[in-house]
Design a protein around this ligand. Structure first.
Ligand code: GDP
Ligand code: MG
Length: 207
């Protein structure tokens, strides 16, 4: 039997407004950015994350700790400062421990957004990890000013308002971690006719 291929309009991404986003009163502004781009919200809740949930979330990709360590060492090298260690796993674990403190510091908003190429477009709207170098017009670029050097100097994670899934596979695993099946909604949005219908034949009144 032929496997049914998922329609691209069904792609989903997990977005979390981190504690700094809530404290900055940016919930509505952040939701607006994804909503007005054309994505459909299919899940939403406020959560007080635990350290266990945070660790599970960041280790869904078993290579994340090493990659985070490598990224951090590269940012030390770029500014000509010797990192506390040259072992990517050791540095990655420091980043992970700091993220546990960050995400458990206050409530977060977890949401699932659905639509064509949701993961990639949502990353684009969100902007790069470091707000200092995120493009203008992205959420991180427009609403905050943090940088690797100040965060690393103070031994804390970059405060960049949002988590957004990195790949489709990561998104699927993250959604399972944060949401129960019954907390995810399948419904139709009127605007989907404009975004996805093959023929735009429902607009004009018939004479
Ligand atoms: P994201 O996918 O853009 O959120 O970035 P990553 O998945 O690589 O990292 C997760 C989070 O860890 C980021 O959003 C930052 O809050 C923090 N972080 C990652 N790398 C670094 C780093 O090198 N230094 C600091 N201070 N924080 C980092
Ligand atoms: Mg990531």
């Amino acid at each position: 039997m032929q496997e049914k291929i998922m329609h691209p309009k069904k792609e989903r991404s997990l977005v979390i407004i981190k504690p700094d986003g809530i404290q900055r009163s940016l919930i509505g502004e952040i939701i607006k950015r994804y909503e007005q781009a054309g994505f459909k919200m299919v899940g939403l809740k406020m959560v007080m994350p635990t350290e266990e949930l945070t660790e599970k979330h960041y280790t869904i990709d078993p290579d994340w700790v090493r990659k985070a360590g490598e990224k951090s060492i590269a940012s030390y090298d770029k500014k000509g400062v010797e990192p506390p260690s040259r072992d990517p796993l050791e540095i990655g674990n420091i980043v992970l421990n700091n993220l546990k403190k960050y995400l458990t510091s206050g409530p977060v908003i977890a949401m699932i957004w659905e639509g064509n190429k949701a993961v990639g477009i949502i990353r684009k709207i969100t902007g790069g990890t470091e707000p200092l170098s995120s493009d203008v017009g992205t959420i991180r670029g427009d609403y905050t000013i943090d940088s690797y050097d100040i965060a690393d100097t103070d031994n804390r994670p970059i405060r960049n308002l949002i988590h957004a899934s990195g790949t489709v596979e990561e998104a699927e695993a993250e959604i399972k971690l944060w949401f129960k099946e019954e907390e995810i909604f399948e419904y139709r949005l009127v605007q989907e006719a404009i975004l996805y219908d093959v023929n735009l034949d429902g607009i004009m009144e018939k004479s």
